[in-house]
Design a protein around this ligand. Structure first.
Ligand SMILES: Cc1cc2nc3c(=O)[nH]c(=O)nc-3n(C[C@H](O)[C@H](O)[C@H](O)COP(=O)(O)OP(=O)(O)OC[C@H]3O[C@@H](n4cnc5c(N)ncnc54)[C@H](O)[C@@H]3O)c2cc1C
Length: 401
């Protein structure tokens, strides 16, 4: 086993490092500064800052690294994308605005979209001029996504959409969304769904934000009241949308290079443990705390090697397969253990949020603890569903539902 990178890959890494070292000097002084509170992540100011940074990344050729050149990408390989992700995490650089657009919607359009859709949408996803959301889940269709009830009824060259979505991240500022709707209510449930590109500014689209327990309100319920979508904005074949969506979810679940974020958290906790005392001794000497920290480090390294295995498969042109669910479950549950551990390290200070005089790093740890309950084990499909897939498709047990 050889974990070293090729000379070309290392040259690219140096290019990214040099660019980040130079350009991160322009970041506002609150970025990454534990002593200064920045704007709230769902504020207009924060979004403007993110768009500005995204544009800089784009101008430097770092958005859509593995996308084809003809649609504005860099035309490099997934290896360069991973190296870029690693360096961004190591440098603790801001991510930009592209999340769902660059990560999921764009790759789906590249694989399943028409030429017209590619030319219309991909360049603006890359520049960050158009921001995307994902309208898949409904109140009665989360784990059982194929149960979705939002209807799309054909009317000439258009479809008329009525229904409701829930948990739509970033819907308030999104310009476009990937949408699943039922086009054949009489077909078996997986086979009556189509995949659309929805203009979030279209007449009849209403977004209603709701608050997370962190206090942010970036997720919404979205209601459709006779919203018209031209047929040209359907992705893939009529009634085949569920299978297109499975491809989107595969992009969503490939989180290469993400273990460095965990290493950063561990390093930050080590600094706190060396400074903070309990019962007259620094926390770094507390035997229970040391055991837990070491355990987090072990899990982080297991994830790193599982990630490299998955990268090897992808570089060979294989799909990630049902085994990818193992990383997902371990990643989700171990980040929760790590955030839980951070609460124990900080003790009563962990309960102080932004605005409190004695809050550590403006309540960063409380916020990340609460946030870790959502996306890691529910947002991209729940860990129970992943375990079911492992039981069935990796271990050969019968289907459970
Ligand atoms: C933070 C966050 C962000 C999200 N962002 C988006 C987004 O941007 N766009 C979007 O479309 N959706 C989004 N979602 C929705 C997400 O995909 C769903 O919450 C998820 O699929 C679970 O569906 P549900 O909430 O309806 O729970 P349910 O499906 O009702 O599940 C409830 C519980 O029952 C368990 N369960 C259900 N079925 C089974 C089974 N067969 N076997 C064993 N256990 C089972 C589940 O694991 C869970 O514990 C987001 C969710 C969260 C929490």
């Amino acid at each position: 086993m050889d974990f070293s990178y090729s000379p070309e890959a290392e040259a690219f890494r140096n290019e990214v490092r040099e660019w980040l070292a130079e350009n991160m000097k322009e970041l506002p002084e609150w970025w990454g500064n534990p002593d200064t509170a920045g704007p709230d992540p769902d504020s207009k100011e924060y979004r403007q800052f993110n768009s500005w940074w995204h544009r800089k990344l784009y101008d430097a050729g770092f958005v859509g690294i593995a996308w084809p050149k003809e649609y504005g990408g860099r035309g490099a390989t997934i290896m360069e994308q991973v190296i870029f992700n690693e360096e961004m995490a190591k440098h603790r650089a801001p991510a930009g605005v592209g999340g769902i657009g660059v990560g999921w919607a764009g790759p789906t359009i590249i694989v399943a979209g028409t030429e017209e859709q590619k030319r219309r949408f991909l360049p603006k996803i890359l520049t960050g001029e158009e921001v995307w959301a994902q309208c898949f889940s409904e109140p009665q269709a989360g784990s059982d996504l194929a149960n979705l009830q939002t209807r799309a009824v054909e009317d000439g060259d258009e479809f008329v959409i009525n229904g409701q979505k829930i948990w739509t991240g970033g819907a308030l500022e999104a310009d476009w969304a990937i949408l699943l709707a039922r086009t054949d209510p009489d077909a078996p449930k997986h086979r009556g769904i189509s995949y659309f590109l929805l203009d979030m500014h279209a007449q009849g689209v209403t977004t209603r934000p709701f608050k997370w327990m962190t206090g942010e309100a970036s997720h919404c319920e979205v209601f459709f009241d006779d919203v018209r979508i031209p047929r040209s904005l359907m992705v893939g074949e009529l009634n085949q949308g569920f299978y297109v969506a499975m491809g989107t979810l595969e992009f969503e679940r490939s989180s290469l290079g993400e273990t460095i974020g965990r290493e950063n958290i561990i390093q930050d906790l080590i600094k706190i443990m060396k400074k903070m005392e309990r019962n007259g001794q620094p926390l770094s000497e507390d035997p229970v705390i040391r055991q837990k920290l070491a355990q987090s480090y072990i899990e982080t390294n297991i994830l790193k090697y599982m990630g490299l295995r998955s990268l090897t498969r992808q570089l060979r042109g294989d799909r990630s397969g049902p085994e990818a669910n193992m990383s997902f479950v371990l990643a989700g549950e171990s980040i929760q253990r790590l955030q839980d551990f951070a609460m124990q390290v900080l003790g009563p200070y962990s309960q102080l949020g932004k605005g409190s005089k004695h809050a550590i790093e403006h309540g960063r740890w409380l916020r990340s603890y609460l946030a870790s309950r959502g996306i890691p084990t529910i947002g991209g499909g729940t860990v129970e569903i992943k375990r079911n897939i492992i039981a069935q498709r990796v271990l050969g047990l019968p289907r459970s539902y």
